[in-house]
Structure formats: structure tokens, C-alpha cells
Design a protein around this ligand. Structure first.
Ligand SMILES: [Zn+2]
Length: 533
């Protein structure tokens, strides 16, 4: 049946000023725009007073495992997201050779969760994407092939550089996964085993990705003390491979590094002036979230997560860990140093017995357990087999706003779908921009913000037929009230749906209807090399 959205203001994603008009949907597509009158064969939605925007695109998502368990992807669709990009930070689901399943599940657990309910024996990206397809996701799903998974398949989890043969194998795997429909290559150079890699292997793989016009998406080696060197490394990879560069969750971590922001801006400009294609995404908060295991020095991670757990048992190694955290290691992003033990909070655990730790900072955790903060954190990581999520406060509001205004920026959630007290961005990143940063603080106009949530990310990743309200584009739409939209979750109480989202339509199917989920799921797995023309 045709569907007519009547009386709304169309903010079409292009950045142009919104205008009054009706939108006609048919067969999952936008069939017509303008002064279309209702007829008997149409379902009519009265959207007067509301903004009709393209569905939001989340370019940094961690639903990779959860989409198989809870395919509605509720926290995303309830905030207006209709497409998300999985496979982030260089560590995700595929490829996953059988012999590494046990260790790899523990490596992912603090970021993506863990479950015995899914089959982990899918092997490569094509099979993983088939699993996602079979789960019938509620929103559209894209996948980046993660550097860490490629490296694991080519050469295991050791801390060393690849041989010539192994590097070639990494390129072959990259090609195989791009052929399976990946949108690019991701890496997370603070995570194992990505961190063991050097720029040369990333240049080699990025050349393959560039052949497919894919994106190189990077959580850079340092977002703190060594951020400028890290940016130079990323820019060099872009220069030497010709790949399009997209920084993940762009930021400067730690008070002592905040004055580097001018140089950060200069480096971006310099790269652009050289003709390197650069962009980045951002979640609008001054705190981040990842797995608590990142507080451990890099050597603790050598050989994979089962080895981490062995080392955590050894008191003399614990002593060395504390020493390295207190004194630092050059080039290593030391979270305890830049955030502080009192600004790192436990966000999630998997075992009931440690649920009392959720919401506490590491000092408070130590007090609760009657131990030193480090000992308490190490015990927690050990008992939970690394399945501990954390929230860390590192940033400055002025930077959030400054990066937000740059033309290279688009919005993301980086939301971790773990139990407990997830970072509120999981439920609120997009509405927060439309409420706080558009309506209240006037950092962006409404049209600019919608552009950064829709057309901008679609262009960056080469998503065809989405991200704008145009005839023949896919009928992914988010309808919201610009006067009331806002995020409602806080760090203390994060699991809260936003206000002001009226309708979310995915491929023509009404998935959110007057703020309520309809239980319908119409998302698709989108494969880059199999897009409709
Ligand atoms: Zn990241």
C-alpha cells in the first residue's frame, strides 16, 4: 500500500532549508514529493508540525553480536537510526578462524558482549552477513572488515610484524571480504592485535580497499599524548594508498593534551590541501566508552585474551602492570593517566556477583572491595574474563562543539550494547544533537545537523540511494518534533529512550509509530559491491 506523509516540513538531508510538502512512499521507495493529495489507496500519516528527515545513519556502531540476538536493534531505531555500520575498531565478528573462537570471544566481550546462543562457526564475512540477514534486522546493516580479524587469520595473535607472505595474505583476505560486500577496512590501533601492526601493512591493505572505493576507518593509535604522530600516520596511509580516510570518534583525550587541538585542526587542513580525502565521526559527549581491558599495558595483551587472564593471576606481573600504568610507556594511550582512576567507571559486567561494581569508579570499586583500586580492577577483569565495559571522562565541551561544526564531521553513537549502565550515547546521541546542540545551544542549524546524520555519511561511505529525501531513493525516514526532541538518558540512568521521535520508517515499513515500536523489521544487509544502480 502507498503511504502519504502529510503536512510536515521536509528537511531533505542536502543541507538546504526545509520546506512544507508531502512525501509519497511506494514499494519501499520515495515515489513523489510535493503537493500530493491523498487518495483511497494510500495510508495517510498526519505529520503536521513535524520534521520529515531521511533516516539517520550511524557510522560507528557495535551491534555486531547483539543484532543476531535482538534484531530489532531497539536503542538505535528508537533514536531515528535506519542504517548502521558494523565491524568497527579493527575487532569484530568476521573473519574468525575456528581455532581462535574461544580467545576472540573474550577479546570482544567488553565491547560487543558475548553469547552462547549464536553459532560462532561462520568463518568469514559472507557467512557472518548471511547470519545477520537470517536474523532479519530491524534496520539496515553495513559491515567493515576489521584489521584485527584479518591479522588473526593471516598470522595469529602474536606481537610481531608480518612476513612478506603474511602481508600478502592479509591483502588477499581484505580482497575476499570486500568481494563479500564490506564497505571498507577498520582498525583500532589501541586494540590487540591491531596495535601490533605497522603503517606498511595498513597501506598494503588500504590499497586493496581503494580499488573498491572503500573507506579506511580508523581508531587511531593515540587520541592522547601522541595524537599528532598518530594523525600523521593515518594521513600517510591515505597518501600512500589513495584510500579515503575516516577517523572514528574524533577527540583529544586528557586535560594535558587539550592544547594540541590547534595542531590537530592544522593537520586536518594540511591533509585536505594535499588532496587526501578525510572525514570523521563524533558522538556528542565529553566521555567515551570501551572495554576496561584497555587500561592494561600493551604487553599484557600479547597472544590474546586467554593469555591476559593468565597474566592477571600472577602477582609479580600485576606489580609490573601497576608500574607501567603509573609511569607510562611512550606511544601507549594510558587511560588511567589521561582520565584518572576516579573518572573511569564500570559500565557493564556479565556475572551477577559483580553487578555491585556497575556505576562505580575505580577508586570506589577499590573501597567496596576493601582493596587498592588497581587490585580491584584487575580482580574484576579476571573474574569477568575481560567482559567489563567502562565509561571514561576525558574531554572538553569546547572541543565537542568545535569538531561538530567542521564540514568533515558526521554523527555517530559508538553505542555499546552491553548490560548494566551503558554510555548514554547508545540511546541518545542523535536526539542530543538535535535537542541540545541545535535547539538549545545553536551550534548547528537544523538543516546542518540533519545533513551530518544523513547525506554526509552516505557520501563518505558511498551508500547509494539513501541519506536524502529524493524521488526513487529508499524510503528510510525519521519524523521528529523539532520543538521537543531530546535525549533523556544520563550517565547515572542511561537506558532511556529519547523524546520527540514520532515515526521511523525503514525501507517503507513503519517501524516506530507515534513513538512506539511496531515489532516490524524491514532492515536489509547492504553489501557495497552489490548496490542497486
Ligand atoms: Zn573506537
Amino acid at each position: 500500500m502507498k503511504k502519504l506523509l502529510m503536512g510536515g516540513t521536509i528537511v531533505d538531508g542536502s543541507g538546504n532549508t526545509g520546506y512544507r510538502g508531502n512525501v509519497l512512499l511506494e514499494d519501499g521507495k520515495i515515489a513523489a514529493l510535493g503537493n500530493i493529495q491523498p487518495s483511497g489507496d494510500m495510508e495517510v500519516l498526519d505529520v503536521s508540525g513535524l520534521v520529515v528527515a531521511p533516516g539517520f545513519i550511524d557510522t560507528h556502531s557495535h551491534s555486531d553480536l547483539d543484532v543476531l540476538l535482538h534484531p530489532q536493534v531497539i536503542p538505535k531505531v528508537m533514536q531515528g537510526i535506519t542504517t548502521e555500520i558494523l565491524g568497527q575498531d579493527g575487532i569484530s565478528m568476521a573473519p574468525l578462524p575456528r581455532q581462535y573462537i574461544s580467545s576472540w570471544r573474550k577479546n570482544l566481550a567488553g565491547l560487543d558482549g558475548d553469547s552462547d546462543e549464536i553459532s560462532w562457526e561462520y568463518g568469514d564475512t559472507d557467512h557472518y552477513l548471511n547470519l545477520v540477514e537470517k536474523a532479519r534486522p530491524g534496520i539496515n546493516e553495513c559491515y567493515l572488515v576489521p584489521h584485527g580479524n584479518i591479522r588473526m587469520e593471516a598470522m595469529g595473535l602474536d606481537n610481531r610484524l608480518p612476513t612478506e607472505d603474511e602481508r600478502k595474505k592479509m591483502c588477499d583476505i581484505t580482497r575476499r571480504e570486500m568481494e563479500a560486500g564490506a564497505w571498507g577496512l577498520s582498525t583500532g590501533l589501541i586494540y590487540m592485535p591491531c596495535a601490533y601492526g605497522d603503517s606498511d601493512e595498513l597501506v598494503a591493505m588500504s590499497k586493496v580497499v581503494a580499488e573498491y572505493d572503500g573507506c579506511f576507518v580508523v581508531h587511531q593509535r593515540s587520541e592522547a599524548d601522541a595524537i599528532l604522530d598518530s594523525m600523521e600516520e593515518v594521513i600517510r596511509i591515505g597518501r600512500e594508498s589513495g584510500v579515503r580516510i575516516h577517523w572514528s570518534h574524533f577527540k583529544v583525550c586528557g586535560k594535558k593534551n587539550w592544547d594540541k587541538v590547534e595542531k590537530v585542526m592544522e593537520l586536518l587542513e594540511k591533509a585536505k590541501a594535499e588532496g587526501i580525502r578525510v572525514s570523521f565521526d563524533q558522538y556528542p559527549y565529553i566521555a567515551g566508552s570501551t572495554m576496561l581491558g584497555v587500561i592494561l599495558p600493551p604487553w599484557v595483551h600479547n597472544g590474546g585474551t586467554n593469555k591476559v587472564l593468565e597474566r592477571l593471576k600472577d602477582p609479580s606481573l600485576r606489580e609490573k602492570m601497576v608500574y607501567d600504568i603509573k609511569h607510562g610507556i611512550p606511544g601507549w594511550d594510558n587511560f588511567v593517566d589521561f582520565a584518572g582512576l576516579d573518572r573511569i567507571f564500570v559500565a557493564s559486567v556479565k556475572n551477577h556477583k559483580n553487578e555491585d561494581a556497575v556505576g562505580l569508579n575505580l577508586i570506589e570499586l577499590g573501597r567496596l572491595r576493601g582493596k587498592d583500586a588497581y587490585e580491584a580492577a584487575f580482580d574484576l577483569l579476571y573474574e569477568e574474563e575481560n567482559a567489563v565495559g567502562m565509561v571514561d571522562f576525558y574531554g572538553q565541551e569546547e572541543h565537542v562543539q568545535r569538531f561538530m561544526k567542521l564540514p568533515e564531521m558526521n554523527c555517530c553513537t559508538d553505542g555499546l550494547l552491553c548490560p548494566g549502565k551503558p554510555h548514554p550515547r547508545l540511546y541518545g546521541a542523535f536526539p542530543r544533537i538535535l535537542g541540545k546542540y541545535v535547539r538549545e545551544d545553536k551550534v548547528l542549524t537544523l538543516e546542518e545537523a540533519v545533513y551530518k546524520m544523513t547525506k554526509k555519511p552516505a557520501m563518505t561511505f558511498g551508500l547509494k540511494g539513501r541519506g536524502e529525501i529524493k524521488e526513487n531513493y529508499c524510503a528510510d525516514l525519521t519524523v521528529f518534533d523539532p520543538k521537543t526532541i531530546r535525549d533523556t538518558g544520563t550517565f547515572e540512568d542511561p537506558v532511556q529512550f529519547p523524546d520527540g521521535i514520532a515515526y521511523v520508517i525503514v525501507n517503507g515499513v513503519t517501524t516506530i509509530d507515534r513513538g512506539r515500536h511496531t515489532e516490524r523489521r524491514a532492515g536489509k544487509v547492504l553489501r557495497k559491491n552489490r548496490q542497486e544502480a
